[in-house]
Design a protein around this ligand. Structure first.
Ligand SMILES: C[S@@+](CC[C@H](N)C(=O)[O-])C[C@H]1O[C@@H](n2cnc3c(N)ncnc32)[C@H](O)[C@@H]1O
Length: 237
């Protein structure tokens, strides 16, 4: 577990599950041995993360996935784009262990993992450092009184915009159409982003390099079709 959980205020505290079923010894071993060399650690104090040290192989670009779950999408993309550096963020320990298993099985060398709440990491990410950001099927928190727990609250959107490079792409997918509409309303109010959709098919069609996620497949079984919101990071003046 990373690090400065106490710096998240009571109001913002973590609401998701951190642990699921007891881990098998092989999975625990992955957490103990395979995670430390690729873990994203927070710097002491308020400084920015040294991305060049984190990715000494100098990838062509950096992409981030927030809430990768068990890592199907992240692992598939990392295999498809070996010249890109990936930062995956996920506080659910069993999900992190599943992702580590995929990294090991596929011999992926271009993934780093932040195994905690992304809100701890974001203030330490340099401005304009990400060319792509994925937030896929995040928890919809349907009750009105829980809406402030949603990942697409304005303060997170402004951090996303700050972290993203000009013309970078933020992809937000969900099968909950009310949640999509709520999120889009906030996205349209964030000056750093522009919604790129021109017509209906633009938000119903996944990107050409799309890899289905576990939650998407679950939703499909219930007959729910996802919405894909693509936002462009506007150019800075
Ligand atoms: C509904 S699951 C979807 C998982 C995966 N993206 C998929 O589509 O299968 C949402 C995931 O987001 C993670 N999550 C929620 N809030 C987060 C946060 N603040 N930082 C990082 N991950 C978060 C949860 O732990 C959970 O694994």
């Amino acid at each position: 577990m990373n690090h400065k959980q106490e710096t998240i205020s009571r109001d913002q505290r973590w609401y998701g599950r951190r642990h699921g079923r007891k881990l098998r010894p092989a999975r625990q071993q992955l957490l103990d041995v395979a995670l430390p060399p690729i873990r994203v650690s927070l710097p002491d104090g308020d400084g920015a993360i040294d991305l060049a040290a984190l990715f000494p192989e100098k990838p062509a670009a950096l992409w981030m996935e927030i809430g990768f779950g068990t890592g199907e999408h992240l692992a598939a993309l990392a295999a498809q784009y070996p010249d890109i550096g990936f930062i995956g963020c996920e506080p659910f320990v069993n999900g992190v262990a599943s992702m580590l298993a995929k990294i090991e099985e596929q011999g992926l060398t271009n993934v780093r993992v932040f195994d905690d709440d992304v809100r701890l990491l974001m203030p330490h990410m340099p401005d304009a450092s990400l060319q792509r950001l994925y937030v896929l099927f995040s928890d919809p928190w349907p009750k009105l009184r829980h809406h402030r727990r949603r990942i697409s609250v304005p303060e997170n959107l402004s951090q996303f915009a700050r972290m993203m490079a000009d013309n970078g792409t933020f992809l937000f997918a969900t099968d909950q159409h009310d949640f999509a509409a709520w999120s889009l309303r906030h996205m349209l109010q964030e000056p750093g982003f522009e919604w790129t959709a021109q017509c209906r098919s633009d938000w119903l069609t996944p990107p050409s390099d799309w890899q289905p996620t576990r939650y998407q497949l679950k939703a499909r079984k219930k007959g729910l079709e996802p919405v894909f919101l693509r936002l462009r990071r506007c150019s800075r003046p």
